[in-house]
Design a binder for this molecule. Structure first.
Ligand SMILES: [Zn+2]
Length: 261
């Protein structure tokens, strides 16, 4: 599997500063694309992987979660200008709307892509993937509810683009219970997560590109050695996230608080 970079917003709008590391500046984004070009990496999609004929050491998959509309004014035209491709993950409940889940957590509001925008991306050679229907942490849903959230989103997207949806990126990187079973039943080829000590075809780890990245960190994050290191780091991360939740549930009974991100 080639290294997979995760991005969300690309913007110089100071109003989006509250999105923190999930919003990279235009300048930083250009550094990423320049790095890819200068090092002869080829941007591929999951469709390319399924068809074969790519090289692990010289390929990279760029993924954008949430489909903010602003990507269409800078990030996407830059990709097209350089003959690059990326995969875009849309939570279908918010198509043509805004990032309600961020706003509920006091983060800045921004418009998301419409159905036409999504069709436009596909027409220009980009790939679309499922990001569930609502932007929720699937690991706290029952298996049936997680299945329904992914089924709904896959169906809506397939109707919009008239093409099979091959992959899912779980919102917040939150991998649902029995995800292998769910993903297989739904016919997904790959499932993407973020922090994940145990990697399978349906819980593939991604590296986060943010404003602190440099050529040196990008080189490191795209290396095979980095993915080996991540096993330790991700194990710690998942543990540090789980323990407070477990304590809340066990000792306070305030399940609603424990479920809040
Ligand atoms: Zn997301």
């Amino acid at each position: 599997m080639p290294p997979i970079a995760m991005l969300h917003h690309v913007s110089d709008d100071v109003a989006l500063n509250g999105l923190g590391r999930w919003c990279v500046s235009h300048e930083k984004y250009l550094q990423l694309l320049n790095f890819i070009e200068e090092n002869d990496y080829r941007t591929v999609t999951f469709e390319d992987l399924v068809e074969g004929g790519y090289s692990r050491s010289k390929s990279v998959i760029l993924t954008f979660d949430d489909c903010p509309k602003e990507l269409l004014s800078f990030a996407v035209p830059e990709l097209l200008r350089r003959n690059m491709k990326a995969v875009f993950y849309m939570p279908t409940a918010y198509i043509g709307g805004y990032n309600e889940w961020d706003v509920q957590e006091a983060r800045p509001k921004t418009d998301l892509m419409s159905e036409d925008d999504i069709r436009g991306l596909v027409a220009s050679g980009m790939e679309i993937g499922s990001h569930a229907h609502k932007h929720i942490e699937l690991e706290y849903e029952t298996e049936d509810d997680a299945y329904r959230a992914l089924y709904t989103s896959k169906k809506i997207l397939e109707e919009i683009i008239d093409k099979k949806i091959l992959t899912v990126a779980y919102p917040y990187g939150s991998v649902p219970k029995n995800h292998i079973n769910i993903a297989k039943r739904l016919g997904f080829v790959y499932g993407l997560s973020v922090y994940n000590p145990i990697v399978s075809k349906y819980s593939i780890r991604r590296w986060i590109f943010d404003n602190d990245d440099t050529a040196a960190t990008m080189r490191e994050k795209m290396s095979v050695f980095y993915s080996m290191q991540r096993w330790w780091y991700d194990k710690w991360f998942v543990w540090s996230k789980q323990v407070p939740r477990y304590m809340y549930r066990k000792y306070s009974g305030l399940k609603s608080i424990a479920r809040k991100k």
